[in-house]
Write a protein that binds this ligand. Structure first.
Ligand SMILES: [Fe+2]
Ligand SMILES: [Fe+2]
Length: 317
């Protein structure tokens, strides 16, 4: 059935209601990059890698147009967040951990996993036309060009490998999206916080105090974040990479923490010590995409050696 899009616009011009877009299923995004492009709108480039001028996704768009990020969001992105906030309950995250973290689906080397991820066919990203492998190589190459340690480059290469969850039939809202703690109050700095009213956890008073089911200062490793590609890749790699890299992998989508400074009361001293590494990584993830395709064949020997330095031939996925 084809649904018609209806937007109600209030006096201030804010969109109050949008009917669901026509592609209304568990893949509302045209491609996973649509979510990341939205993040780029929400967090325009500044600071660490700010030497380059601001580059909007659509070069015609001016920076000022990105200020009201929620109103600017495409209907597909809104629908994606609506599903994410509605379905990512504490129980859902627990069940997914049980389902996937025994890592008994496949045995693959890192490069094999990169090629496997590259079979993910969603509509290509019209803004960059990059494959998943090319995005990961671009991220890693920018980190390398800035002279960072080898494990940092490697973190760039593998950080999105958890998106292979999509190849196993997982809906977009259970693979990507800014992550947030479940089992305690939602920060209003999380994008589209209004959609949490559809989440059953919002009716559970135990889950809605500031610390919820957690002890203040218990540390992020004791907090159950919403489930997605970050947590998954952390578990696949946790025996092989330095802790700094593992923080980058596990928390790179935890924008409420690393960009909004929320949930400090749940962190411990170690989290606070390692936060700057997560923040150092973020610009490479968000702002290094461009049309210059990396030469995969030429780069392969360097990355083969780098992968072999840290990882065994095969890992459990
Ligand atoms: Fe990611
Ligand atoms: Fe990424």
């Amino acid at each position: 059935m084809i649904s018609l899009r209806v937007d109600l616009i209030c006096a201030s011009g804010e969109i109050m209601f949008q009917s669901e877009p026509q592609k209304n299923n568990h893949s509302p995004l045209q491609n996973l990059e649509e979510w990341e492009d939205f993040l780029k709108q929400r967090y325009p480039e500044s600071g660490v890698v700010a030497a380059k001028p601001f580059q909007a996704i659509d070069p015609e768009k001016k920076k000022e147009q990105f200020r009201n990020y929620e109103a600017d969001a495409r209907p597909t992105v809104r629908e994606f967040y609506r599903q994410n906030h509605r379905h990512q309950t504490n129980e859902f995250g627990r069940n997914k951990r049980r389902e996937f973290l025994s890592l008994n689906r496949r045995r693959m080397g890192i490069w094999e996993a990169l090629e496997y991820l590259n079979t993910l066919v969603d509509d290509s990203d019209p803004d960059t036309d990059l494959t998943q492998l090319e995005h990961l190589l671009q991220t890693a190459e920018h980190i390398r060009a800035d002279g960072h340690p080898r494990w940092f480059i490697l973190a760039g290469l593998v950080h999105d490998l958890g998106k292979i969850l999509c190849l196993w039939g997982e809906p977009q809202w259970a693979v990507v999206g800014d992550t947030f703690p479940t089992g305690c109050r939602y920060s209003d700095k999380i994008v589209f916080p209004q959609y949490f009213s559809d989440n059953p956890d919002s009716l559970n008073p135990q889950f809605q105090s500031a610390s919820g089911i957690y002890q203040e200062g218990c540390g992020l490793s004791n907090i159950q974040l919403s489930w997605g590609h970050d947590e998954y890749i952390y578990h696949v790699t946790k025996d092989y990479l330095p802790e700094e890299a593992l923080y980058m992998l596990r928390y790179h989508s935890f924008y409420p923490w690393h960009r909004e400074n929320e949930y400090q009361h749940l962190t411990n001293a170690r989290d606070r010590e390692l936060l700057p590494w997560v923040q150092k990584f973020n610009p490479y993830d968000l702002y290094t995409k461009n049309h210059a395709k990396p030469d995969v064949k030429a780069l392969r020997p360097f990355y083969n050696e780098l992968i072999a330095q840290y990882f065994p031939d095969k890992l459990n996925w």
